[in-house]
Design a binder for this molecule. Sequence first.
Ligand SMILES: *[C@@H]1O[C@H](CO)[C@@H](O)[C@H](O)[C@H]1NC(C)=O
Ligand SMILES: *[C@@H]1O[C@H](CO)[C@@H](O)[C@H](O)[C@H]1NC(C)=O
Ligand SMILES: *[C@@H]1O[C@H](CO)[C@@H](O)[C@H](O)[C@H]1NC(C)=O
Length: 392
Amino acid sequence: MYSSQLCSIIAVIQNLLLAAAQDVPGQPIENDWAPEPFTDFTKNILFYREADAVNWHTLYARTLQLPNESLLITWENYPAEPPLVNHPIWKSDDGGATWYNYSQIEDQVNGWGLRFQPFLYTLPIDFGGYPAGTILAAGVSCPFSLEGGVWIELYASTDLAKTWTFVSHVAYGVGPETIANGDKALWEPFIVLYNNQIVIFYSDQTDPAHSQKLVHKTTDNLVTWSDAAPDVAFARQADRPGMTTVAHIESTDKWIMTFEYCGVGGCRVHYKVADSPLLFDAAEATELHTNDTSLTTGTSGPYVIWTAHPDRDDGSGLIIISASNREWVFVGEDDADPEGWKRVETNHWSAYSRSLRVVMIKGKKKLLYANGGNFGPGYLNSVACAVQPIPR
Ligand SMILES: *[C@@H]1O[C@H](CO)[C@@H](O)[C@H](O)[C@H]1NC(C)=O
Ligand SMILES: *[C@@H]1O[C@H](CO)[C@@H](O)[C@H](O)[C@H]1NC(C)=O
Ligand SMILES: *[C@@H]1O[C@H](CO)[C@@H](O)[C@H](O)[C@H]1NC(C)=O
């Protein structure tokens, strides 16, 4: 049965994470304070898992900023079903200090729910009949049983995330939606605009030659999608690269992708740099490690961003990478030099696939961290955020 199989897989993952997680303190189940509006803070819990929640209760938080500086957050949410799970949208109008339930992205086509890995993206240009400013939301839809099929879905909102409409199916697997080698599952969509195409990256278990590989599809109309093209696929069938995130290094016009390399790579974070986000397949994979004498690596669930350097005016910037088992972040220069990643403390909890976003708070550039908890016992999980100066 799926649940016992999934439990044993989860146990394996937990052991992997625990083994690698020497510096992951437990996240407290509750806190009783809220930061002052529009200030810097860490460890701000904004949503407590529901009392009847199942699985991981909450996981995998993703954010977005609206044009007037309000913030949005979504996450995997696991209340008992029915009703079907959806991707909640909560909003903050005070710089992330307090948040309220704003809307939710519901499955409008499959009758399965929106279950895994939400991702939010603002269209910077008119595209596919949608005006600039439209918010796109990708996510994974599959049944509660995890059997019977899985879609990566695209939804859109033209009213700043208040209401959502189904746009298209991006990719299909027959399932079951588990991480067992051979199950035809899909995970973790990530959206980028490149060269007048929307690109969706995701993890793909549908090719029997690879337990899992990383691929992308492109569209010029949000409705019809290209075939999947590989970004990372290792020769060893059992190897599992996973969890693509991508950033544009504006100063060099290059692109960086991070991923976890499970299998022989022990889920340690790796990255590739290429001239185009469509050309990662041919690029060399590099293992990420700090440039102090410890050569410390990071494990699982990476998230990469690039931002112009807050203290320079020459156009150069910083690449910032978070890993699931580290509270601190890796910060590197625009050349992504393998020996140039310094460890910078955040004073914020780690989380499974903690996300990073550069935001403007009262006109000042800050880094918003979003946590959905860890991939362990769900009762420890809640949704939390931090707003901090750009680490450097
Ligand atoms: C953004 O606009 C909304 C709606 O007018 C408002 O409620 C909210 O406070 C604004 N956000 C900020 C950060 O001013
Ligand atoms: C948000 O509010 C709606 C409508 O009241 C409710 O159905 C939903 O469960 C709430 N979402 C969360 C995550 O609490
Ligand atoms: C580590 O890399 C940073 C650049 O990201 C550099 O400033 C620093 O000097 C390097 N540290 C060591 C010990 O090489």
